[in-house]
Design a protein around this ligand. Structure first.
Ligand SMILES: [Zn+2]
Length: 319
């Protein structure tokens, strides 16, 4: 009995999954598809409060990750992309009311050139008192579609302006549109960010890649309880790495725990299907013409315990 108890406890320990959420705009009726109403935001915050979730600074999760320590499942980190004015005007008061920390990712060009919809540097500095500020590129490019040289130039420019305006170096980075691949990731790594975060549905565990941290998007009215059910399924993706040049997805290959005999596979436009796993290898031959610019491929033991691969059309395949 005692033995079983320890197995159960170590299972929980291994499965510890924290959730990082990303918001964009708030109470912005002109952009309903990327906006969260204040009533919804309060509903989510109350849910966290009432269900024993602890909203922590992203840095506390990074501390755990760097030490390879289990991250408590009731930890949540909140992030906001782009630094729209609607965050400052409508949502910051709510974050302050709940005393919830957050990380705000700045689209540097939009703020620096004073685009109407975006926060000013003064507003960002004021916001810095309640959360942390991260980098979200200079020109918000689709990084997979520009050259390595262009990625470096964009990042350096964003980095330098951020440092001049904020008085310190940016610590973390969020991929614009959440779009990236190995080339983009390896290029950004050279800037020594403490962490880089994406927007591929998933959670963070002690085994997460510090340059590929998953976030779950919260836009519009969501079922927050559903979002909190997501867990990480450990898979090493072998194929596909990038969008196929002829647009036809032919092969899905990944390495998983050899004890697993069957899994669920999801492909955008195709839905879920059950697949067999042999000797810890997923090896599925398919023939799917990918119509969309972005295709999500997921493997999971169920629809909430998942590993995600996103491939993007028009990906540059080299320098
Ligand atoms: Zn963005």
């Amino acid at each position: 009995m005692r033995y079983l108890f320890f197995i159960f406890i170590s299972y929980l320990y291994l499965q510890a999954n924290a959730h990082i959420f990303v918001y964009h705009r708030f109470a912005d009726i002109k952009h309903p598809t990327t906006s969260t109403s204040i009533a919804e935001l309060e509903k989510e915050f109350k849910y966290f409060q009432d269900h024993n979730y602890k909203v922590v600074p992203l840095e506390r999760i990074l501390d755990k990750l760097e030490k390879k320590e289990s991250i408590p499942s009731n930890w949540i980190a909140l992030t906001i992309d782009d630094a729209y004015k609607s965050f400052y005007q409508n949502a910051l008061p709510i974050f302050k009311k709940y005393k919830y920390p957050f990380t705000l990712y700045v689209y540097v060009k939009a703020t620096d050139k004073k685009y109407g919809d975006f926060m000013t540097w003064d507003e960002i500095k004021e916001t810095d008192k309640y959360g942390t500020i991260g980098l979200h590129s200079y020109s918000h490019p689709r990084l997979t579609k520009i050259s390595t040289k262009e990625i470096k130039e964009d990042t350096q420019k964003a980095f330098d302006i951020f440092q001049t305006k904020m008085g310190y170096k940016p610590i973390t980075y969020a991929y614009p549109y959440g779009e990236y691949d190995d080339r983009v990731k390896n290029t950004l790594k050279q800037f020594n960010f403490r962490a880089i975060i994406n927007q591929s549905t998933g959670t963070v565990t002690k085994n997460s890649d510090i340059y590929d941290i998953h976030r779950l998007a919260l836009v519009g009215d969501v079922n927050i309880n559903h979002k909190l059910r997501y867990k990480t399924f450990n898979a090493t993706w072998i194929e596909p790495k990038i969008f196929p040049t002829d647009g036809v997805l032919k092969h899905i290959k990944a390495k998983v725990d050899p004890k697993i005999k069957k899994l669920k596979l999801y492909i955008t436009g195709e839905g879920w299907r059950d697949i067999k796993v042999v000797n810890g290898i997923v090896d599925e031959t398919v023939s799917i013409y990918l119509k969309r610019a972005r295709t999500r491929i997921m493997l999971g033991t169920d629809v909430f315990t998942i590993s995600n691969k996103i491939i993007i059309k028009g990906t540059k395949n080299g320098k």
